[in-house]
Design a protein around this ligand. Structure first.
Ligand code: ADP
Ligand code: MG
Length: 348
């Protein structure tokens, strides 16, 4: 659709850079008390009480997203989620974002309106102000970089390096669905290329596709942990896959880990789709990525506070560093975890 320029669409050059920024950001309102100055000056000004958390992600067309199945509105939403997830992973609350884009003239103004509609929806739902950004042209494709700023009390901040031997390893939600959603979308793209008239039945995969196209950052977990009076000893968000995130915590905290295969939370659609495609659901959960769930460790004393919670699953425990990082399979064998996937499968 974007390949052939549509004359009914508005060329970016008609607005010019200033006109474009003004057009895209005119509806953004300042809601946060800590936003002293938003869009419109040389820099934004933010009031800070505790410590500030700052994180940036860069998304590049063709590398991180494919516009043939990723609607621009969803892309805008997801770009915000990816950043907010990093702020929540610090046990902090995001308050502002900046949005920088580079666009080729292949994109009409209407396409950018879609992108910004997604950014606006995400900002409204998650209560963050868009306080600035930058706009540039690009020779090809779309590039979007978002920076999120969050606030936390010093004592609430949770790093990757605080896990201790015997701590419990906990994950939110379920894993592997976003990766499978991408596989389904890729497959449909190929089918569509061969037969544009095909009517795919995507009903069995709705949850998977939603997890890929419209991920939600776990805003609720920071509040839940605070309500339960549980301070995680370490935390990270799952962007690359469970195994690499576990390894990050273990390396940073200088501990080992036993992860129990039977405990890994999977949605029924993940299980049925893995069966259909003859894939191993554990491998998908370990290496899939883009789930944007939170992975954290808690002291064993905190187990009673978290055990009945439907959002939280204890999937393992931390061990002495020299014991290494392992998956304990359903058959009760111990397999070393590697950052991508799991050793045993390379031989399959
Ligand atoms: P400067 O020349 O100082 O970089 P700009 O003209 O690029 O300023 O930006 C003007 C204002 O608009 C600034 O507040 C900037 O943060 C904001 N801004 C620029 N581009 C974007 C964008 N893509 N999204 C949101 N805000 C933007
Ligand atoms: Mg600028």
């Amino acid at each position: 659709m974007l390949e052939n320029k549509d004359t009914s669409k508005t060329d970016i050059s008609q607005l010019g850079e200033f006109g474009l920024i003004e057009h895209l950001t005119k509806d953004f309102k300042v809601e946060q008390k800590t936003t002293v100055k938003g869009i419109g000056d040389d820099a934004a000004v933010i009031e800070s009480h505790g410590q500030l958390v700052v994180t940036t992600d860069l998304l590049v067309e063709g590398v991180h997203f494919d516009l043939s199945y990723m609607p621009l509105k969803h892309l805008g939403y997801k770009a915000v989620m990816v950043n907010l997830s990093d702020v929540y992973a610090m046990n902090a609350t995001p308050s502002q974002i900046t949005v920088s884009i580079a666009v080729s003239n292949r994109f009409p103004v209407e396409a950018l309106e879609e992108l910004y509609a997604g950014i606006k929806t995400a900002s409204n739902i998650y209560g963050v102000d868009v306080v600035g950004g930058d706009t540039s042209s690009s020779t090809s494709g779309l590039l979007i970089s978002i920076t999120a700023i969050g606030q936390a009390k010093k004592d609430d901040l949770t790093y990757r390096d605080g896990a201790k031997e015997n701590d419990l390893l906990v994950v939110t939600g379920d894993l592997g669905a976003a990766y499978l959603g991408l596989q389904i979308l890729e497959r449909e793209k190929q089918v569509f290329k061969v037969n544009p008239k095909s009517q795919p039945d995507l009903d069995p995969y709705t949850y998977l596709i939603e997890r890929q196209l419209k991920p939600e950052a776990r805003k609720d977990i920071v509040k839940l942990l605070s309500d339960l009076e549980v301070k995680p000893t370490s935390m990270i968000d799952i962007s690359d896959g469970l195994s690499s995130e576990i390894i990050h915590i273990c390396n940073n905290s200088k501990v080992g880990c036993n992860l129990y295969e039977e405990k890994i939370p999977l949605d029924p659609q993940v299980i049925s789709t893995c069966e259909e495609f003859n894939m191993d659901s554990t491998t998908i959960a370990l290496s899939g990525g883009e789930d944007y769930e939170l992975l954290f460790t808690v002291r064993t004393e905190d187990f009673p506070k978290i055990k009945a919670n439907p959002h939280l699953t204890v999937i393992g425990h931390m061990t002495h560093e020299k014991e290494g990082v392992h998956l304990i399979t359903r058959a009760n064998t111990k397999i070393p975890l590697v950052a991508r996937g799991w050793n045993a499968l390379e031989n399959e």
